[in-house]
Design a protein around this ligand. Structure first.
Ligand code: HEM
Length: 427
Protein backbone atom coordinates (compact mmCIF):
# COMPACT_ATOMS: atom_id res chain seq x y z
CA UNK A 1 0.00 0.00 0.00
CA UNK A 2 1.17 3.51 -0.80
CA UNK A 3 2.24 5.20 2.45
CA UNK A 4 0.89 8.59 1.44
CA UNK A 5 -2.82 9.30 0.98
CA UNK A 6 -4.17 10.00 -2.51
CA UNK A 7 -4.44 13.53 -3.82
CA UNK A 8 -4.85 15.58 -6.98
CA UNK A 9 -2.84 14.28 -9.90
CA UNK A 10 -2.66 17.61 -11.76
CA UNK A 11 0.89 18.96 -12.33
CA UNK A 12 2.46 20.74 -9.30
CA UNK A 13 2.33 24.11 -11.09
CA UNK A 14 -1.44 23.80 -11.39
CA UNK A 15 -1.89 22.73 -7.74
CA UNK A 16 0.34 25.58 -6.59
CA UNK A 17 -1.60 28.14 -8.60
CA UNK A 18 -4.93 26.90 -7.28
CA UNK A 19 -3.58 26.97 -3.70
CA UNK A 20 -2.27 30.51 -4.21
CA UNK A 21 -5.21 31.96 -6.14
CA UNK A 22 -8.28 30.02 -4.96
CA UNK A 23 -7.21 28.34 -1.71
CA UNK A 24 -10.70 27.70 -0.35
CA UNK A 25 -12.12 26.12 -3.49
CA UNK A 26 -8.91 24.08 -3.89
CA UNK A 27 -9.23 22.65 -0.38
CA UNK A 28 -12.97 22.09 -0.72
CA UNK A 29 -12.49 20.19 -3.96
CA UNK A 30 -9.78 18.02 -2.36
CA UNK A 31 -12.12 17.28 0.56
CA UNK A 32 -14.88 16.28 -1.86
CA UNK A 33 -12.61 14.06 -3.92
CA UNK A 34 -10.35 12.51 -1.27
CA UNK A 35 -11.91 13.00 2.17
CA UNK A 36 -10.20 14.12 5.40
CA UNK A 37 -6.63 13.38 4.41
CA UNK A 38 -4.91 13.98 1.07
CA UNK A 39 -1.51 14.73 -0.46
CA UNK A 40 -0.82 17.84 -2.51
CA UNK A 41 2.21 18.67 -4.62
CA UNK A 42 3.57 22.20 -4.63
CA UNK A 43 6.11 23.64 -7.03
CA UNK A 44 9.67 23.64 -5.66
CA UNK A 45 9.02 20.89 -3.10
CA UNK A 46 10.57 17.49 -3.74
CA UNK A 47 7.96 15.59 -1.76
CA UNK A 48 4.18 15.98 -1.35
CA UNK A 49 2.58 17.77 1.58
CA UNK A 50 -0.07 15.80 3.44
CA UNK A 51 -3.10 17.79 4.56
CA UNK A 52 -5.31 16.68 7.47
CA UNK A 53 -8.59 17.89 8.90
CA UNK A 54 -9.73 15.20 11.33
CA UNK A 55 -9.39 16.55 14.92
CA UNK A 56 -7.89 13.27 16.24
CA UNK A 57 -5.26 13.31 13.51
CA UNK A 58 -4.49 16.97 14.27
CA UNK A 59 -4.14 16.16 17.99
CA UNK A 60 -1.73 13.33 17.15
CA UNK A 61 0.32 15.63 14.90
CA UNK A 62 0.58 18.55 17.33
CA UNK A 63 0.96 16.21 20.33
CA UNK A 64 4.46 15.15 19.34
CA UNK A 65 6.92 17.89 20.35
CA UNK A 66 9.74 16.22 18.41
CA UNK A 67 8.38 17.09 14.96
CA UNK A 68 10.32 19.79 13.12
CA UNK A 69 9.46 22.63 10.80
CA UNK A 70 8.41 21.97 7.21
CA UNK A 71 10.72 23.10 4.43
CA UNK A 72 10.19 26.59 3.09
CA UNK A 73 9.76 28.62 6.24
CA UNK A 74 13.45 29.42 6.61
CA UNK A 75 14.04 30.55 3.03
CA UNK A 76 11.21 33.05 3.23
CA UNK A 77 11.78 34.37 6.74
CA UNK A 78 15.49 34.17 7.56
CA UNK A 79 16.50 37.47 5.89
CA UNK A 80 13.93 39.46 7.85
CA UNK A 81 13.93 37.65 11.17
CA UNK A 82 17.52 36.52 11.68
CA UNK A 83 18.83 33.10 12.67
CA UNK A 84 17.75 33.06 16.35
CA UNK A 85 14.07 33.79 15.65
CA UNK A 86 11.58 31.73 17.65
CA UNK A 87 9.75 31.03 14.39
CA UNK A 88 12.80 29.37 12.85
CA UNK A 89 14.51 27.44 15.66
CA UNK A 90 13.74 23.82 16.44
CA UNK A 91 14.14 21.36 19.33
CA UNK A 92 15.69 22.44 22.64
CA UNK A 93 16.89 25.80 21.29
CA UNK A 94 13.29 26.61 20.35
CA UNK A 95 11.82 25.45 23.66
CA UNK A 96 14.33 27.39 25.79
CA UNK A 97 13.37 30.63 24.04
CA UNK A 98 9.68 29.89 24.09
CA UNK A 99 9.75 29.49 27.88
CA UNK A 100 11.52 32.77 28.17
CA UNK A 101 9.20 34.70 25.85
CA UNK A 102 5.82 33.37 27.03
CA UNK A 103 5.27 35.13 30.40
CA UNK A 104 4.51 38.68 29.17
CA UNK A 105 1.76 37.31 26.93
CA UNK A 106 -0.41 36.05 29.78
CA UNK A 107 -2.54 37.15 32.70
CA UNK A 108 -2.16 40.48 34.43
CA UNK A 109 0.92 41.40 32.44
CA UNK A 110 -1.01 41.17 29.23
CA UNK A 111 -4.05 42.99 30.58
CA UNK A 112 -1.81 45.96 31.26
CA UNK A 113 -1.74 46.48 27.48
CA UNK A 114 -5.51 46.89 27.15
CA UNK A 115 -5.30 50.64 27.69
CA UNK A 116 -2.61 50.95 25.05
CA UNK A 117 -4.86 49.23 22.51
CA UNK A 118 -7.83 51.43 23.47
CA UNK A 119 -5.77 54.59 23.06
CA UNK A 120 -4.21 53.59 19.71
CA UNK A 121 -7.61 52.65 18.26
CA UNK A 122 -9.26 55.85 19.53
CA UNK A 123 -6.54 57.97 17.89
CA UNK A 124 -6.88 56.18 14.56
CA UNK A 125 -10.69 56.26 14.46
CA UNK A 126 -10.53 60.06 14.66
CA UNK A 127 -8.90 60.06 11.20
CA UNK A 128 -11.68 58.00 9.56
CA UNK A 129 -13.99 59.61 7.00
CA UNK A 130 -17.74 59.60 7.56
CA UNK A 131 -20.47 59.13 4.98
CA UNK A 132 -18.28 57.63 2.26
CA UNK A 133 -16.81 54.17 1.75
CA UNK A 134 -13.27 53.39 2.91
CA UNK A 135 -11.27 50.21 3.42
CA UNK A 136 -10.98 49.13 7.04
CA UNK A 137 -8.08 46.68 6.59
CA UNK A 138 -5.33 49.32 6.11
CA UNK A 139 -6.53 51.08 9.26
CA UNK A 140 -6.38 47.83 11.18
CA UNK A 141 -2.81 47.39 9.90
CA UNK A 142 -1.88 50.84 11.16
CA UNK A 143 -3.44 50.11 14.54
CA UNK A 144 -1.78 46.73 15.06
CA UNK A 145 1.62 48.10 13.99
CA UNK A 146 1.26 50.97 16.45
CA UNK A 147 0.22 48.57 19.24
CA UNK A 148 3.37 46.51 18.64
CA UNK A 149 5.56 49.62 18.61
CA UNK A 150 4.12 50.71 21.96
CA UNK A 151 3.33 47.50 23.86
CA UNK A 152 6.06 45.22 22.50
CA UNK A 153 8.91 47.55 21.48
CA UNK A 154 7.91 50.16 24.08
CA UNK A 155 8.91 53.16 21.95
CA UNK A 156 7.46 56.11 23.88
CA UNK A 157 8.90 58.93 21.75
CA UNK A 158 6.34 59.74 19.03
CA UNK A 159 8.99 60.89 16.52
CA UNK A 160 11.04 57.72 16.91
CA UNK A 161 7.88 55.63 16.72
CA UNK A 162 6.94 57.25 13.41
CA UNK A 163 10.45 56.73 11.97
CA UNK A 164 10.71 53.11 13.07
CA UNK A 165 7.11 52.43 12.02
CA UNK A 166 7.79 53.77 8.52
CA UNK A 167 10.91 51.60 8.11
CA UNK A 168 9.16 48.48 9.39
CA UNK A 169 6.10 49.00 7.20
CA UNK A 170 8.38 49.40 4.17
CA UNK A 171 10.33 46.26 5.08
CA UNK A 172 7.11 44.28 5.28
CA UNK A 173 5.89 45.65 1.94
CA UNK A 174 9.22 44.85 0.26
CA UNK A 175 9.27 41.29 1.51
CA UNK A 176 5.65 40.68 0.54
CA UNK A 177 6.32 41.32 -3.14
CA UNK A 178 5.98 38.26 -5.32
CA UNK A 179 8.68 39.74 -7.59
CA UNK A 180 11.22 39.68 -4.79
CA UNK A 181 10.38 36.12 -3.84
CA UNK A 182 10.83 35.07 -7.45
CA UNK A 183 14.15 36.93 -7.66
CA UNK A 184 15.42 35.05 -4.58
CA UNK A 185 14.49 31.71 -6.10
CA UNK A 186 16.15 32.66 -9.40
CA UNK A 187 19.29 33.84 -7.67
CA UNK A 188 19.65 30.46 -6.01
CA UNK A 189 19.67 29.00 -9.51
CA UNK A 190 22.10 31.43 -11.13
CA UNK A 191 25.16 31.96 -8.94
CA UNK A 192 26.75 35.38 -9.27
CA UNK A 193 23.51 37.23 -10.10
CA UNK A 194 23.07 40.49 -8.16
CA UNK A 195 21.76 39.92 -4.63
CA UNK A 196 18.03 40.76 -4.75
CA UNK A 197 18.04 41.13 -0.98
CA UNK A 198 20.66 43.91 -0.92
CA UNK A 199 18.12 46.66 -0.24
CA UNK A 200 16.36 44.52 2.31
CA UNK A 201 19.60 43.92 4.21
CA UNK A 202 20.33 47.66 4.18
CA UNK A 203 16.92 48.42 5.59
CA UNK A 204 17.24 45.72 8.22
CA UNK A 205 20.61 47.26 9.29
CA UNK A 206 18.97 50.67 9.60
CA UNK A 207 16.17 49.14 11.71
CA UNK A 208 18.76 47.29 13.83
CA UNK A 209 20.42 50.60 14.67
CA UNK A 210 17.11 51.99 15.89
CA UNK A 211 16.34 48.83 17.88
CA UNK A 212 19.82 48.83 19.47
CA UNK A 213 19.15 52.28 20.84
CA UNK A 214 15.86 51.11 22.38
CA UNK A 215 17.49 47.97 23.84
CA UNK A 216 20.30 50.03 25.43
CA UNK A 217 17.77 52.41 26.95
CA UNK A 218 15.68 49.57 28.33
CA UNK A 219 18.78 47.96 29.90
CA UNK A 220 19.36 51.21 31.78
CA UNK A 221 15.70 51.84 32.62
CA UNK A 222 13.22 48.91 32.72
CA UNK A 223 9.62 49.63 31.87
CA UNK A 224 6.36 47.73 31.32
CA UNK A 225 6.85 46.82 27.65
CA UNK A 226 7.67 43.36 26.35
CA UNK A 227 11.16 44.48 25.25
CA UNK A 228 11.97 45.36 28.88
CA UNK A 229 10.93 41.84 29.87
CA UNK A 230 13.10 40.27 27.18
CA UNK A 231 16.03 42.35 28.43
CA UNK A 232 15.43 41.10 32.01
CA UNK A 233 14.75 37.46 31.03
CA UNK A 234 17.27 34.74 31.84
CA UNK A 235 17.77 31.24 30.42
CA UNK A 236 17.79 28.37 32.94
CA UNK A 237 21.59 28.69 33.23
CA UNK A 238 21.22 32.39 34.18
CA UNK A 239 22.39 33.78 30.83
CA UNK A 240 20.53 36.78 29.34
CA UNK A 241 19.55 37.11 25.67
CA UNK A 242 22.23 38.80 23.56
CA UNK A 243 21.25 42.10 21.92
CA UNK A 244 21.39 40.58 18.41
CA UNK A 245 18.98 37.88 19.49
CA UNK A 246 16.61 40.36 21.15
CA UNK A 247 16.44 42.17 17.81
CA UNK A 248 15.57 38.92 16.04
CA UNK A 249 12.80 38.17 18.54
CA UNK A 250 11.38 41.69 18.23
CA UNK A 251 11.21 41.31 14.45
CA UNK A 252 9.58 37.90 14.98
CA UNK A 253 6.87 39.35 17.21
CA UNK A 254 6.29 42.13 14.69
CA UNK A 255 6.02 39.80 11.71
CA UNK A 256 3.89 37.20 13.50
CA UNK A 257 1.63 39.62 15.34
CA UNK A 258 0.96 42.58 13.07
CA UNK A 259 -0.63 41.49 9.78
CA UNK A 260 -2.35 38.48 11.39
CA UNK A 261 -4.24 40.49 13.99
CA UNK A 262 -5.10 43.24 11.49
CA UNK A 263 -6.54 40.66 9.12
CA UNK A 264 -8.48 38.95 11.93
CA UNK A 265 -10.05 42.32 12.74
CA UNK A 266 -10.93 43.07 9.10
CA UNK A 267 -12.64 39.68 8.79
CA UNK A 268 -14.53 40.09 12.04
CA UNK A 269 -16.01 43.37 10.83
CA UNK A 270 -16.88 41.86 7.46
CA UNK A 271 -18.88 39.18 9.28
CA UNK A 272 -20.35 41.41 11.98
CA UNK A 273 -21.61 44.10 9.63
CA UNK A 274 -23.59 41.51 7.69
CA UNK A 275 -25.23 40.21 10.89
CA UNK A 276 -26.89 43.23 12.53
CA UNK A 277 -28.35 41.32 15.50
CA UNK A 278 -24.98 39.84 16.31
CA UNK A 279 -23.40 43.26 16.01
CA UNK A 280 -25.94 44.79 18.35
CA UNK A 281 -25.41 42.10 20.99
CA UNK A 282 -21.60 42.28 20.70
CA UNK A 283 -21.76 45.98 21.56
CA UNK A 284 -23.32 45.32 24.95
CA UNK A 285 -22.20 41.87 26.03
CA UNK A 286 -18.51 41.23 26.68
CA UNK A 287 -18.90 37.45 26.94
CA UNK A 288 -20.66 37.44 23.59
CA UNK A 289 -17.93 39.58 22.07
CA UNK A 290 -15.40 36.92 23.06
CA UNK A 291 -17.54 34.35 21.24
CA UNK A 292 -17.68 36.65 18.19
CA UNK A 293 -13.87 36.66 18.00
CA UNK A 294 -13.73 32.88 18.41
CA UNK A 295 -16.34 32.35 15.70
CA UNK A 296 -14.67 34.80 13.34
CA UNK A 297 -11.31 33.03 13.70
CA UNK A 298 -13.11 29.74 13.03
CA UNK A 299 -14.97 30.83 9.92
CA UNK A 300 -12.19 33.03 8.54
CA UNK A 301 -8.92 31.49 9.80
CA UNK A 302 -6.21 34.03 8.99
CA UNK A 303 -3.46 31.44 8.50
CA UNK A 304 -4.47 28.48 6.31
CA UNK A 305 -1.83 26.02 7.54
CA UNK A 306 0.72 25.48 10.33
CA UNK A 307 2.64 22.35 9.44
CA UNK A 308 5.38 20.09 10.75
CA UNK A 309 8.04 17.81 9.24
CA UNK A 310 7.55 14.44 10.91
CA UNK A 311 10.36 13.30 13.21
CA UNK A 312 8.63 9.93 13.69
CA UNK A 313 6.00 8.01 11.70
CA UNK A 314 2.40 9.22 12.12
CA UNK A 315 -0.59 6.95 11.73
CA UNK A 316 -3.63 8.66 10.22
CA UNK A 317 -6.66 7.52 8.31
CA UNK A 318 -5.24 4.05 7.59
CA UNK A 319 -1.85 5.36 6.44
CA UNK A 320 1.48 5.30 8.21
CA UNK A 321 3.18 8.53 7.14
CA UNK A 322 6.95 8.03 7.30
CA UNK A 323 9.35 10.28 9.24
CA UNK A 324 10.42 13.20 7.04
CA UNK A 325 6.94 13.75 5.56
CA UNK A 326 5.63 17.33 5.57
CA UNK A 327 2.19 17.34 7.18
CA UNK A 328 -0.18 20.21 7.91
CA UNK A 329 -3.71 20.64 9.15
CA UNK A 330 -5.86 22.30 6.48
CA UNK A 331 -7.18 24.80 9.01
CA UNK A 332 -10.17 25.89 6.92
CA UNK A 333 -11.30 22.29 6.47
CA UNK A 334 -10.82 21.46 10.17
CA UNK A 335 -12.97 24.49 11.04
CA UNK A 336 -15.82 23.69 8.68
CA UNK A 337 -16.60 20.08 9.62
CA UNK A 338 -20.32 19.48 9.87
CA UNK A 339 -19.74 16.80 12.55
CA UNK A 340 -18.15 19.41 14.85
CA UNK A 341 -19.99 22.55 13.78
CA UNK A 342 -23.61 22.08 12.67
CA UNK A 343 -24.30 24.42 9.71
CA UNK A 344 -20.56 24.95 9.49
CA UNK A 345 -20.69 27.92 7.12
CA UNK A 346 -23.06 30.00 9.27
CA UNK A 347 -21.59 32.80 11.42
CA UNK A 348 -23.00 31.92 14.80
CA UNK A 349 -21.04 33.08 17.87
CA UNK A 350 -23.63 31.42 20.17
CA UNK A 351 -22.01 28.07 19.49
CA UNK A 352 -19.01 29.11 21.61
CA UNK A 353 -20.88 30.58 24.58
CA UNK A 354 -20.78 27.48 26.71
CA UNK A 355 -17.04 27.05 26.80
CA UNK A 356 -13.62 27.64 25.32
CA UNK A 357 -13.12 26.38 21.80
CA UNK A 358 -9.74 24.95 22.79
CA UNK A 359 -9.98 21.70 20.88
CA UNK A 360 -8.25 20.29 17.83
CA UNK A 361 -11.26 21.36 15.76
CA UNK A 362 -10.43 25.03 16.50
CA UNK A 363 -6.82 25.75 15.56
CA UNK A 364 -6.47 29.31 14.21
CA UNK A 365 -3.31 29.60 16.33
CA UNK A 366 -1.84 26.19 15.46
CA UNK A 367 -1.05 23.80 18.30
CA UNK A 368 1.38 21.96 20.55
CA UNK A 369 4.80 23.36 21.40
CA UNK A 370 4.68 25.84 18.54
CA UNK A 371 1.18 27.18 19.23
CA UNK A 372 1.05 30.95 18.77
CA UNK A 373 2.45 32.64 21.89
CA UNK A 374 0.49 35.79 21.06
CA UNK A 375 -2.93 34.07 20.92
CA UNK A 376 -4.33 35.58 24.14
CA UNK A 377 -2.81 38.94 23.24
CA UNK A 378 -4.38 38.86 19.76
CA UNK A 379 -7.83 37.95 21.11
CA UNK A 380 -7.56 40.72 23.71
CA UNK A 381 -6.49 43.20 21.04
CA UNK A 382 -9.36 42.20 18.77
CA UNK A 383 -11.95 42.48 21.56
CA UNK A 384 -10.75 45.85 22.81
CA UNK A 385 -10.40 47.25 19.28
CA UNK A 386 -13.90 46.12 18.23
CA UNK A 387 -15.51 47.55 21.38
CA UNK A 388 -13.67 50.85 21.04
CA UNK A 389 -14.53 51.20 17.35
CA UNK A 390 -18.22 50.40 17.90
CA UNK A 391 -18.42 52.96 20.70
CA UNK A 392 -17.08 55.68 18.37
CA UNK A 393 -18.62 54.87 14.99
CA UNK A 394 -21.71 53.25 13.54
CA UNK A 395 -20.45 51.14 10.65
CA UNK A 396 -22.25 49.55 7.73
CA UNK A 397 -20.88 47.31 4.97
CA UNK A 398 -20.25 49.29 1.76
CA UNK A 399 -20.30 46.31 -0.60
CA UNK A 400 -23.28 43.99 -1.05
CA UNK A 401 -21.42 40.67 -1.05
CA UNK A 402 -19.25 39.15 1.69
CA UNK A 403 -15.52 39.51 1.07
CA UNK A 404 -13.66 36.76 -0.80
CA UNK A 405 -10.47 35.39 0.80
CA UNK A 406 -7.26 36.10 -1.13
CA UNK A 407 -3.70 35.33 -0.18
CA UNK A 408 -1.60 38.16 1.24
CA UNK A 409 1.84 36.97 2.33
CA UNK A 410 1.06 33.99 4.55
CA UNK A 411 -2.47 35.11 5.36
CA UNK A 412 -5.91 34.76 3.80
CA UNK A 413 -7.27 38.25 3.76
CA UNK A 414 -10.44 40.02 2.53
CA UNK A 415 -10.02 40.79 -1.20
CA UNK A 416 -11.58 44.26 -1.05
CA UNK A 417 -10.01 45.30 2.28
CA UNK A 418 -13.43 45.31 4.02
CA UNK A 419 -15.15 48.41 2.61
CA UNK A 420 -17.29 50.19 5.18
CA UNK A 421 -19.19 53.44 5.64
CA UNK A 422 -18.97 55.10 9.04
CA UNK A 423 -21.15 57.63 10.81
CA UNK A 424 -21.24 59.09 14.30
CA UNK A 425 -23.39 57.00 16.62
CA UNK A 426 -26.74 58.50 17.59
CA UNK A 427 -26.50 59.29 21.31
C1 HEM B 1 -5.22 36.78 14.96
C2 HEM B 1 -3.91 36.89 15.15
C3 HEM B 1 -2.92 35.77 15.07
C4 HEM B 1 -3.02 34.55 14.41
C5 HEM B 1 -4.17 34.03 13.57
C6 HEM B 1 -1.76 33.85 14.67
C7 HEM B 1 -1.50 32.56 14.19
C8 HEM B 1 -0.32 31.88 14.44
C9 HEM B 1 -0.04 30.55 13.95
C10 HEM B 1 -0.98 29.72 13.09
C11 HEM B 1 1.19 30.22 14.39
C12 HEM B 1 1.95 28.92 14.08
C13 HEM B 1 1.61 27.91 15.12
C14 HEM B 1 2.09 26.52 14.81
O1 HEM B 1 3.02 26.32 14.00
O2 HEM B 1 1.50 25.61 15.38
C15 HEM B 1 1.71 31.33 15.16
C16 HEM B 1 2.94 31.36 15.78
C17 HEM B 1 3.45 32.45 16.44
N1 HEM B 1 2.79 33.63 16.72
FE1 HEM B 1 0.89 34.09 16.19
N2 HEM B 1 -0.95 34.62 15.45
C18 HEM B 1 -1.61 35.79 15.73
C19 HEM B 1 -1.15 36.84 16.52
C20 HEM B 1 0.09 36.90 17.13
C21 HEM B 1 0.55 37.97 17.96
C22 HEM B 1 -0.26 39.21 18.36
C23 HEM B 1 1.84 37.69 18.32
C24 HEM B 1 2.81 38.46 19.18
C25 HEM B 1 2.81 39.75 19.35
C26 HEM B 1 2.17 36.39 17.72
C27 HEM B 1 3.38 35.74 17.86
C28 HEM B 1 3.65 34.46 17.40
C29 HEM B 1 4.93 33.79 17.58
C30 HEM B 1 6.17 34.38 18.25
C31 HEM B 1 4.80 32.51 16.99
C32 HEM B 1 5.86 31.42 16.93
C33 HEM B 1 5.63 30.42 18.05
C34 HEM B 1 6.62 29.29 18.07
O3 HEM B 1 7.14 28.91 17.00
O4 HEM B 1 6.87 28.75 19.17
N3 HEM B 1 1.08 35.95 17.00
N4 HEM B 1 0.75 32.32 15.19
Amino acid sequence: MDALPAGPTEPPIWQTLRWLLRPISFMESCRRRFGDTFSVRFLGFKTPMVMLSDPDAIRALYGNAEHGLPAGRTIALLPILGPRSLLLLEGSEHLARRRLMLPPFHGARMRAYEDTVRQVVAEDVETWPTGKPFALHPHMQKVTLEVILRAVFGVTDAGRRAALGAQLAQLLTDTASAGLQLAVLLQQRFQGAPDPLKRLHERRREIDRMLDREIAERRADRREDILSMLVAARFEDGEPLADAEIRDQLMTLLLAGHETTATGLAWTFDLLLRHPETLERAEHDERYLRAVVTESLRLRPVIPQAGRRLAAPLEVDGHVLPAGTDVTPAIWLAHTRADRYPEPFAFRPERHLDGAAGTSAWIPFGGGVRRCIGAAFAEMEMRIAIAEILSRRTLTAASPAAERPVRRNVTLSPAGGTLVIGSYPVQ
